[in-house]
Design a protein around this ligand. Structure first.
Ligand code: HC0
Ligand code: SF4
Length: 574
């Protein structure tokens, strides 16, 4: 440990800490803008500057380590003035249309301006650069007029996702964030994960909004509009309405969706159970009949796009199962449509996802079981929050309600899909019973839980060693894929989720202020919601879901049947 003084207070901090961390540990907040822990540690924005006794210049607290006997001041008039000037300089080339900005009220720049008393007076008036919006990607818009060049987005894209399709172009005053060769983002190999949006402190990056399309569909009397929220939405939507991170708002979410006016409030957790039926069957079939191993999960569309682009020679590893979002839509427009006597083209299927890549997935080929798109509109958790506010629902005073039949019933296996390792655990609960023919006593597979980027485990089942791996975040997916490509992996089953920590930390989830994100384990807190939700359920294995059993009895026959294949499986493109 190291002893130092911060603002005259005696502070002890672990050796190797930065000044920022030491101050934080002592309850002293130093403002930051560009800093993202482990991702963007470049000390560039100058917001976190502090005075260190004996140092000639102000130092950046986010990267400067503490030393024994150091004396630090974090909030002197000089520092406040310096930070204020930094903000004024940023604002001098910033489109200050806060009223119409999607981030207003949740913008880190706006908040700092308020805290430091920076108004929109022009202190450094001069030429403003004007940039065209980049709306070339299916899932998001980039508005460089609101970019502050913090590089949080490009660091995430490059380091966490190993995609690297956005970054600084030009130098000096002419610097802007863009794609190589001035391409639109939609022309690059961007996988639509939205992790750059989650990292952005301002309104420079945001998803393409489909709220009006949802309201139009609901207003159209000729349409039957059904909605399916993903597992992870219930674990984070509450954050938008002032609930502490880690609050399960499943019941209020269902009530809100009903009040928005959807004809049926169903649940993606239902089709997550259905996915397990098909995926576990496919896995056992591959094992028994010498199919390609390892089999890899296929429910995360950012991961699928990454695999298609960077590992086109490895596509035969991907499970042919559609994602739960798509299985849900496919079943709605076949089974449910027939049951209700509604033409598939008169049904509008809306999904609420923690994900921006789901906007891309709904437009993929071979995702139209009934001859029309399986899913019509996909909105993010953030868009749902805006929709709830827009239609005047007081979320906090809503009662807790349930989902509708028959596509709303789920087991605990479905809900844990949203956390990294959840699909693997859910699949094991079904596959192990199938392999051994005995009832599984302990349904928890703790080895595949937790927010680490890569997890491996071996399970001894019916005389066989089943080797599994779980990875989240594409930089971790890359490690696994390079091993497989090199013939150095002997896994049987691999789960990959595009976003670090899985869907709970998806690019469509409520944005988390860097000040929270840098010092809390957001993924673990949200994942706990899903594991608690699972533990509270009586049914925790997908094959025990009565509604799923009925779908097979009445309609699909067996898992892996021809009909199931036609409706619930898909293909990939090199
Ligand atoms: Fe996920 Fe899904 S678990 S990808 O993270 O598999 O987005 O939550 O909806 O489709 O179920 C996201 C979350 C889903 C799908 C499910 C899967
Ligand atoms: Fe990179 Fe994902 Fe953003 Fe695309 S959506 S630019 S892949 S971080």
């Amino acid at each position: 440990n190291v002893n130092l003084k911060i603002n005259g207070l005696d502070v002890t901090a672990p050796a190797g800490s930065t000044i920022l961390e030491a101050a934080r540990g002592a309850g002293i907040k130093i403002p930051t803008l560009c800093f993202l822990k482990d991702i963007n540690e470049i000390g560039a924005c100058r917001m976190c500057v502090v005075e260190v006794k004996g140092a000639r210049n102000l130092v950046a607290a986010c990267v400067h380590p503490v030393n024994e006997g150091m004396e630090v001041q974090t909030n002197t008039p000089l520092l406040r003035e310096s930070r204020k000037r930094t903000l004024e300089l940023l604002l001098s080339n910033h489109d200050k249309k806060c009223l119409s900005c999607v981030r207003s009220g949740q913008c880190e720049l706006q908040e700092l301006c308020q805290e430091l008393g920076v108004t929109d007076e022009e202190h450094f008036a001069g030429e403003m650069t004007h940039y065209e919006l980049d709306d070339s990607a299916v899932h998001m818009i980039r508005d460089n007029n609101k970019c502050i060049l913090c590089r949080r987005c490009s660091a995430v894209c490059e380091k966490v996702q190993t995609v690297g399709v956005i970054g600084p172009n030009n130098r000096g005053f002419a610097t802007f964030i863009g794609s190589p060769f001035d391409m639109g983002l939609g022309e690059t190999s961007c996988v639509s994960c939205g992790q750059c949006i989650a990292a952005c402190p301002t309104g420079a990056l945001y998803e393409k909004d489909s709220i009006e399309a949802v309201l139009d569909a609901i207003a159209d009397e000729t349409k039957h509009v059904v909605v399916q929220p993903a597992p992870s939405v219930r674990a984070a939507l509450g954050e938008e309405f002032g609930y502490p991170m880690g609050t399960d708002v499943e019941g209020k979410m269902a009530a809100a969706l009903r009040r928005i006016g959807f004809d049926k409030v169903f649940d993606t957790d239902f089709s997550a159970d259905l996915t397990i039926m098909e995926e576990a069957h496919e896995f056992l079939d591959r094992v028994k009949n010498g199919g390609v191993l390892p089999m890899m999960t296929s429910c995360s569309p950012g991961w699928i796009k990454y695999c298609e682009h960077y590992y086109p020679d490895q596509l035969e590893h991907l499970s042919s199962c559609k994602s739960p979002q798509q299985m849900f839509g496919a079943l709605t427009k076949t089974y449910y449509a027939e049951k209700m006597g509604i033409a598939p083209e008169d049904i509008v299927c809306v999904s609420v996802m923690p994900c921006t890549a789901k906007k891309f997935e709904i437009g993929r080929e071979d995702q139209n079981a009934a001859g029309v798109p399986d899913v019509d509109i996909s909105i993010t958790t953030r868009e749902l929050a805006r929709l709830i506010r827009k239609v005047g629902i007081d979320f906090r005073s809503l009662p807790e309600e349930g989902f509708d039949d028959p596509l709303g019933e789920s087991t605990g296996a479905g809900v844990i899909f949203g956390a990294t390792g959840g699909v693997m655990e859910a699949a094991l609960r079904t596959a192990v019973e199938e392999l051994t023919g005995e009832e599984l006593e302990k349904v928890e597979f703790m080895e595949v839980r937790g927010a680490e980027g890569i997890k491996e485990a071996v399970y001894h089942v019916a005389g066989m060693d089943v080797k599994v791996a779980v990875a989240s975040g594409l930089s971790n997916a890359k490690i696994i894929m390079d091993k497989i490509r090199a013939g150095k992996a002997d896994y049987h089953f691999v789960e990959i989720m595009c976003c670090p920590g899985g869907c709970v930390n998806g690019g469509g989830q409520p944005q988390v202020h860097a000040d929270v994100r840098n010092f809390t384990d957001v993924r673990a807190i949200r994942a706990k919601v899903l594991y608690d939700n699972d533990a509270a359920k009586t049914l925790r294995k997908s094959h025990e879901n009565p509604s799923i059993q009925r779908v097979y009895e009445e309609y699909l026959g067996e898992p892996g049947s021809q009909k199931a294949h036609h409706i619930l499986h898909t293909t990939y493109v090199k």
